[in-house]
Ligand binder design. Structure first.
Ligand code: C5P
Length: 400
């Protein structure tokens, strides 16, 4: 229920605005109070009369409204809410919010507030995919704006793809989740992610193909359950999630130091693809061809095993230590042996043979190995694997 919660609902100008009328009704059914703000473009799609009738409150649409300024003011309007929801969040509203513009009531409210903001994007697929919108989206994520959708599907403009506004039920669920203290509230979880870079000389390095996608999704899922997340990441190709403490590292040895500095933690998940070896004879200066035709010989030294080191800590060991195992054959047997060798509690094993498309892809098919044996999960989006794993971690810590 949302009893006692006040939602400031900014209605942008898009055909999806009609769905917002149903959202208002559902919010009120759940006990929330809704303060509607209608942009000028929004008023082209839904009328102030229907919005006001459903919300049971006056519609705000003017930045300079003398009565309101005297009674309350736009700053007060934004601060008295428990959550600001922008739906539909048009490309224009997102751009204004990302740039911090304050040229009308909606953008001014978004700039003047310290209340959490949720945006529900809706726009034509090309507008959504445009680099400018994607840049604005990255900025908004960095500003901790929560995003719901967009969905994929047929659009009113006749095109097909991402850009459809999320359905009222999904928006309502996200709003309710925003007010629920997660099961990991008050818990600290450490996540490693991404590849490591091991220098050969100041300009060259040895790396691997890890994108950091699974570790990033996991950190976001743990954050969504209320955990304080320390995210120790190598140079990954996907950006770290908002709302987590990011520690950027390059080498395995840096990663170990960052992990040790971040402890204690209630749980630690090692999703990074750490290089097993580093170049022992890395050059201090850029290596040059000497004209002899001889190639330099690289010598390797073994890197510290971060997962094994933390798993075998005596005092201060996190209550739950989870490793990943990227295998290309006999996945369960190798991963079960790895669990014993490393001393961790769980291993999340996956087959990264090139034909699976898992490494760098959007999906993952994992086997969870614990003292209970091996549990095979279906092939799922990495986000969904992350959500399930985060829920399992929450359950394990809850019973610890
Ligand atoms: O031995 P392998 O690299 O297959 O083990 C994978 C697991 O061990 C992953 O969880 C990875 O993050 C972790 N690992 C580590 N430090 C290393 C090598 C692997 O933490 N040096």
């Amino acid at each position: 229920m949302l009893t006692g919660k006040r939602i400031l609902l900014v209605i942008g100008g898009g055909i999806a605005a009609y769905k917002v009328l149903e959202l208002i009704r559902r919010l009120r059914d759940r006990g929330a109070a809704v303060t509607p703000v209608l942009t000028r473009a929004g008023a082209e799609f839904v009328t102030p009369l229907s919005v006001a009738a459903l919300a049971g409150e006056k519609v705000h649409d003017q930045l300079f409204d003398l009565t309101t300024e005297a009674e309350m003011g736009h700053i007060q309007l934004s601060r008295s809410a428990d959550l600001i929801v922008v739906a539909p969040a048009t490309a224009d509203l997102m751009a204004k919010a990302a740039q911090g513009r304050a040229e009308d009531l909606a953008s001014t409210l978004l700039l003047a507030t310290d209340t959490p903001v949720m945006m529900v994007p809706a726009m034509n697929v090309r507008m959504w995919q445009h680099p400018a919108t994607q840049r604005n989206l990255a900025v908004l994520r960095g500003d901790e704006v929560r995003l719901v959708g967009p969905d994929d599907g047929a659009m009113a403009c006749g095109e097909f793809g991402p850009g459809r506004m999320a359905e009222p039920a999904a928006i309502l669920a996200a709003i309710e989740a925003a007010f629920t203290a997660g099961p990991l509230a008050g818990r600290h979880v450490l996540v490693t992610s991404g590849p490591t870079h091991e220098p050969i000389d100041p300009v060259r390095y040895i790396a691997n193909r890890s994108s950091g996608a699974q570790g990033t999704a996991l950190a976001a899922a743990l954050r969504d359950l209320g955990a304080k997340v320390t995210f120790v990441t190598g140079p990954a190709s996907v950006p770290p999630p908002a709302g987590v403490d990011v520690v950027r590292v390059e080498t395995a040895r840096d990663m170990l130091a960052a992990v040790q500095a971040a402890l204690p933690a209630d749980a630690a998940v090692f999703a990074a693809a750490v290089a097993d070896w580093r170049v022992a004879n890395a050059a201090g200066q850029k290596m040059k061809k000497d004209g002899s035709g001889r190639a330099p010989a690289l010598e390797f030294a073994e890197n510290p095993d971060i997962l094994a080191t933390v798993s075998r800590m005596g005092a201060g060991r996190p209550g739950l230590v989870v490793g990943f195992a990227a295998e290309t054959e006999t996945v369960v047997a190798h991963a079960t042996a790895k669990r014993a060798r490393k001393g961790c509690d769980w291993i999340v094993a996956n087959d990264v043979s090139p034909e699976t498309g898992i490494m760098g892809g959007a999906e993952n098919a994992v086997v969870l190995i614990s003292d209970q044996g091996a549990e095979t999960w279906p092939r799922l989006a990495k986000d969904e694997v992350a959500r399930r794993l985060a829920a399992r971690i929450a359950a394990a810590l809850g019973t610890a």
